[in-house]
Design a protein around this ligand. Sequence first.
Ligand code: ACO
Length: 422
Amino acid sequence: MSVAPGYRLISVDDARMGEMLEVTSWGFPGDPEPADLAEWSRMLPHGRARAMEIEDPQQGDVGTLAGVAGSFTFRMRVPGGDLVPVAGLTGVSVHTGHRRRGLLRALMADHLADARRRGEVASALYAAESTIYPRFGYGLAARQVDVRVPRGAALRDVAGSAELTVRVERLDRESHGRTLTLVQRRVSRPGTMTLDDDVALEARFSDPSTERRDSERARIAVVEEPGGAPAAYAIFRRTDRWTDEGMPDGTVHVTQLAAATPASAHRLWSVLLDIDLMGTVTAAPLATDDALLWMLEDMRAALPRLRDNIWLRIVDVPAALTAREYLCPVDAVIQIDDPLFPDNAGPWRVTSREGTGHVEAAPGEEPDVVLSVQELGAVYLGGVSLESLAGAGLVEERTPGALHALAAAFESTSAPVSNLFF
Ligand SMILES: CC(=O)SCCNC(=O)CCNC(=O)[C@H](O)C(C)(C)COP(=O)(O)OP(=O)(O)OC[C@H]1O[C@@H](n2cnc3c(N)ncnc32)[C@H](O)[C@@H]1OP(=O)(O)O
């Protein structure tokens, strides 16, 4: 594995988490508080906090951390409903004084090799800039809409909503963590991230000071079905604002929202859109076809803005292609180009009957469609069509008609999104 000269790769243990967060704060402006150290130690699984440490005095103080990256151990919902093991890359930062010396490249090689060792089929991330990760094989797999809805915006009725109860409380990881994991696991949308370990997933629902900005501590609304089963939740913070004329004009910022049923989504939004002294509700990330957009009587009132959601890097092509469902029968040979993992590269025959996919290496066979691992990551969850990418010259059809059939098979019936920012 190539490592930047003068630096060495290490695992960061809890005792050095403060140093890690110090490097993170060079990438992402902010001053982490002591409580955040414990949060990060708790959130990052053992061995998944990684750093580049200075080894050569010419680069700086030996033993100091210069670049860092962490990974979560997620399971991600794929089209068809299965959950597949996925690494969630987070907090990538190289100290301002050590940039453009190959530290990110070394951290990425380490991260992707680690994901493969752990049997993860892909790595997912939220990119700070959309130009950074394509070179490492990541494709934009999901887009999100951010909305800004005026308080009191009218919703169409949804049957069963009125029978549901809502609790609105301060977010408390100990008491809400289990509730949230239960809802998250009921969400069938591709791109939804969960963790096997309840403790780890609960830790994700923390309230780090770095995410608070000018708002209050996080609060939560939980929708429960008769009998008490949680069906939806929204984590939110409010900011206080008054107009010069003395009118209340605060904002509710929803930072995470999940709803397992139409009625619970409706009940949740009814509450969010009716909080005293607030003038606006902002919410992100939402799927591009989120139920809210269709429940609003005036969809345009939500002022939806389109943004990147998760980028995906397939690290195990056959495992990934076998795990998802295909919307229609398919039998095609796809040629994948992957400079980093040669065993991903080459022709693969993808066949599917009644949804279930079968994938096998097809050495020597002429491909019907040719694409890179980056484009495979982009189409994997059904967030963009193979035909759209072909229209941009990124996917090549070698057998006339093959592209349309393959593109149809790769579609998803609901737009992918990760509602969990990481
Ligand atoms: C998942 C996440 O956490 S996303 C967060 C990413 N972090 C940030 O944006 C924080 C601020 N920025 C940084 O900390 C650093 O500038 C990083 C992490 C983006 C890059 O780190 P570096 O160590 O300087 O990158 P490195 O020298 O390894 O460069 C590798 C390649 O990426 C390219 N690159 C680096 N930064 C950028 C960028 N911001 N935009 C586009 N390309 C970039 C380099 O030009 C180089 O390309 P090449 O191999 O074709 O020559």
